[in-house]
Structures are given as structure tokens and as C-alpha cells.
Design a protein around this ligand. Structure first.
Ligand code: NAD
Length: 401
């Protein structure tokens, strides 16, 4: 039997290569992205594809690559992949939704301290040759109130670290969230804005969050407060923020994400926030650290390996999510199918007809796709596999052990 082949593009972390090789797969690496035709060519005979954000995986590429079983997006976003087409053809897609969250938390803490101590202004004066020694407007963060809007993976970690620095934490989230440590939940965003010295945004990218933080919300913030946005570029209105900084209503800001971001490294960057000494601007690098890259490399390659070996789809972004514990000695059948009535009954009837007992089974559905993983007590005969593959609702059937 020829070995499972993995194609890894865009210079993925070496741990991804090591993990897949250790799993027994043949790994081909390429440093850059491929265009559609090159990709289709390279994907023949390939079961696993690893990419970052620069490779577009179109419906045509998926349709033309019958050997493809899973795609790993070694990043957070998956817009570059036609997810519906991947699901339709039984190709699992995985990403790394929270491998870089610690990196975001650390830069947020760094920026909170930098702005509270006026570091950017002192640094700029010194480089301009001016000795501007002063304590005015410089504060400790201890005892200050941090307002966290969006208490998810990042917001909660930040809450814990900020309390360790002696800050008081208040948070606002539209969902019901458990308050960690001594953090206090605000029942409205206004309540948070009126009591926080520093407001930091960590909401997700749902469409309703576009423009959620504009002039009205900024005006509600305390005079001299600080605003940070490391979530999504469309959340904060940069013109209103500029106005608040210039009028000194706010004493500083840190912005990592922008409504329009340049496509390539080295491209020019335009923003009304440029040139303000108490505004820290970073090129969407909140989560960009070598540690995060390593964590992403390990997380996604393990997801792909586990899917191939056990059929586990936990955290897949396009297939029904399930994980079935496997007892030793069973024979696993992983069956992706159209989500229509009667498939489970057909699987079970086919196995029963061939005298195979079912030791464990899980079914999950997601949109048009259903997924049933079945552990059989005896080897599954080819006739069973063929009977199920021949069914009109069959998408992909894999015999895993
Ligand atoms: P998450 O999904 O775990 O948490 C988001 C939280 O925001 C959820 O609890 C949700 O209920 C809450 N929320 C959504 N809309 C809200 C609103 N209008 N008001 C109050 N709460 C609201 O996400 P996460 O992993 O913590 O990431 C947070 C954000 O940071 C995301 O937008 C993510 O894309 C972004 N991010 C940026 C970088 C970077 O490089 N700057 C890196 C990683 C993540």
C-alpha cells in the first residue's frame, strides 16, 4: 500500500512536518503558495493539505482532487477555503482557533503598561534628542480598572493576568460568562465604559460588531482613559478615535487591526491614526509570535493526524463534530453521507446482514452532511464497504482499523 501523502505549503512550522512524518506519512513541503492549476496538479495522490492564508482552495481544486481527505489551515481564518465544497466532497477542514491567544494577551498587557506610563511619548522625545523627565500623566497599573469587552478565550486570560498585576477587572459580554477571580460583570457596555480606566476590545467578528465602537461609545469613556483594539478592524471607528485623542478626551490608544489592511508585507499603510505619539499602531501582529506559530503547527497537524487515524472531527470547521472513544480490537468505519433519513439504519442493517456486531457508534449532522462512526466487533468485509459506498447518499467511507 502506498504511504499517505501530505503536501504542506507556505513554510509551515517544522513541528507540523515532524508530527506528520512521525505518524508515518510522506511529507512534501513547498515554501510558497500555489495557484489553482498548480495546486490541482500537486494534490493528485495527496490526502492531507496544509496551508496558511495565501493559498486559495477553490471548489474546482477540491472537486479535481479525489484523494484529498483533510485540509489544515495553519492559521485562524478559513475564508481562503471553499468550506461548503469541502464538506460536500467529504474533505475535513481544521484550523487553529485559539493557539495564538496567549500572544494577544501578552501584547495587550505590554500596551496597557506602555500607555499608562507614557512610554511611547518618552521614547519618541528621547529619539528626537529631548530629555523630557516628568511624572505627570504616568501611572502604575496597580489599582486601575481594566474594562474587557468580549470575555472569550482572550478576554478571560487577560482578566486573570491583569488581576495578577493588581488591576480591578470589569467585563461585558453579550453571552452569559463565568467571572474569573474577582472580575465583575457589567450588565451593560455603558456601565463598563463609565467605570474603566482602560477599555480593551476582544469581541469576535460577527457582522453585528461592525462599527460597534464609535463616537458615542468613546464619549462614554472616562476622561483620560485608554482604548485598545486587538480584535477586528471593523469594530472601532478610527476617525472618532482620532478626534478623541486629539481633543485629549482619551490619553492613549493601541490599535492592531484596521478596517482596511494592506495585503502584503512592505505595502504602504494609510490611517488617520498615524502620527499620534500616544497611539501604538501594530500591523495585525497581536497573535504573531514564534511560540504561536509552533502551537499552531502542532495543533493543526495533530488534528489532521487524528482525523486520519480515528475519524475524530472535534473542532473541524466544516464537518459534523464528533469523537468516539475506541475500545481495543474494534474495526472502525467512518462514513460521511448526505444528511437524509435512513442512513444509520442502512449502515446497521448492512452490518447485521454480514453478521457484524456493533460495539460503539456515534452520529452527528451539520447542514447537508451527516457523519456516522461505527466500531464493529469483527473485521468489516469488502462487501459491506461496497454496499455502503454504492448508496446514493454516500459521500466518503473510510475503513480505519
Ligand atoms: P472568542 O470567540 O473566544 O470570544 C469573543 C467573545 O466576545 C465571546 O465571549 C462573545 O460572546 C463576545 N462578544 C461578541 N460580540 C460582543 C459584543 N458586541 N459585546 C460584548 N461581547 C461580545 O474569541 P477570542 O479567541 O477571544 O478572540 C477575540 C477576538 O480577537 C476575535 O475577533 C479574534 O479574531 C481576534 N484575534 C485577533 C488577533 C490579532 O492578531 N490581533 C489574534 C487572535 C484573535
Amino acid at each position: 500500500m502506498s504511504p499517505v501523502r501530505a503536501l504542506l505549503l507556505e513554510n509551515l512550522h517544522p513541528d507540523a512536518v515532524t508530527n506528520l512524518e512521525q505518524a508515518g506519512y510522506e511529507v512534501i513541503t513547498r515554501t510558497g503558495a500555489l495557484d489553482e492549476d498548480e495546486l490541482i496538479d500537486a494534490l493528485q495522490g495527496v490526502a492531507l493539505l496544509g496551508i496558511r492564508s495565501k493559498t486559495t482552495v477553490t471548489a474546482r481544486a477540491i472537486e479535481s482532487s479525489p484523494d484529498l481527505v483533510a485540509i489544515g489551515a495553519f492559521c485562524i481564518g478559513t475564508n481562503q477555503i471553499d468550506l461548503a465544497s469541502a464538506a460536500h466532497h467529504g474533505v475535513a477542514v481544521f484550523n487553529a482557533p485559539f493557539s495564538n491567544t496567549r500572544s494577544v494577551v501578552e501584547i495587550t498587557i505590554a500596551e496597557i503598561i506602555a500607555l499608562t506610563r507614557r512610554l511611547t511619548e518618552f521614547d519618541r522625545s528621547m529619539h528626537e534628542g529631548v530629555w523630557n523627565k516628568s511624572a505627570i500623566g504616568a501611572h502604575e497599573v496597580r489599582g486601575r480598572t481594566l474594562g474587557i469587552i468580549g470575555y472569550g478565550n482572550i478576554g478571560t486570560q487577560l482578566s486573570v493576568l491583569a488581576e495578577n498585576l493588581g488591576m480591578s477587572v470589569i467585563f461585558y459580554d453579550t453571552a452569559e460568562k463565568l467571572a474569573l477571580g474577582n472580575a465583575r460583570r457589567a450588565s451593560t457596555m455603558d456601565e463598563l465604559l463609565e467605570s474603566a480606566d482602560i477599555v480593551t476590545l476582544h469581541v469576535d467578528g460577527r457582522p453585528g460588531n461592525a462599527g460597534m465602537f464609535g463616537g458615542k461609545q468613546i464619549a462614554r469613556m472616562r476622561p483620560g482613559a485608554i482604548l485598545l483594539n486587538l480584535s477586528r478592524g471593523f469594530v472601532v471607528d478610527p476617525a472618532s478615535l482620532r478626534e478623541a485623542i486629539v481633543s485629549q478626551h482619551l490619553s492613549g490608544a493601541a490599535i492592531d487591526v484596521f478596517p482596511v489592511e494592506p495585503k502584503r508585507k512592505g505595502d504602504p499603510f494609510e490611517s488617520e491614526l498615524r502620527g499620534l505619539p500616544n497611539v501604538i499602531l501594530t500591523p495585525h501582529t497581536g497573535g504573531s509570535t514564534e511560540e504561536a506559530q509552533e502551537a499552531i503547527g502542532n495543533f493543526v497537524s495533530h488534528k489532521m493526524r487524528d482525523y486520519l487515524r480515528t475519524g475524530t472531527t472535534t473542532l473541524s470547521v466544516n464537518l459534523p463534530n464528533l469523537a468516539l472513544d475506541q475500545a481495543p480490537g474494534v474495526h472502525r468505519l467512518a462514513y460521511l453521507h448526505r444528511n437524509t433519513p435512513g442512513v444509520l439504519a442502512a449502515v446497521n442493517a448492512t452490518l447485521a446482514k454480514h453478521g457484524v456486531n456493533i460495539e460503539g457508534q456515534l452520529l452527528a449532522t451539520r447542514g447537508e452532511i451527516g457523519y456516522v462512526v461505527t466500531d464493529a466487533g469483527a473485521p468489516v468485509e469488502q462487501a459491506v464497504v461496497e454496499a455502503l459506498r454504492a448508496r446514493p447518499e454516500s459521500v466518503r467511507l473510510r475503513l480505519l482499523s
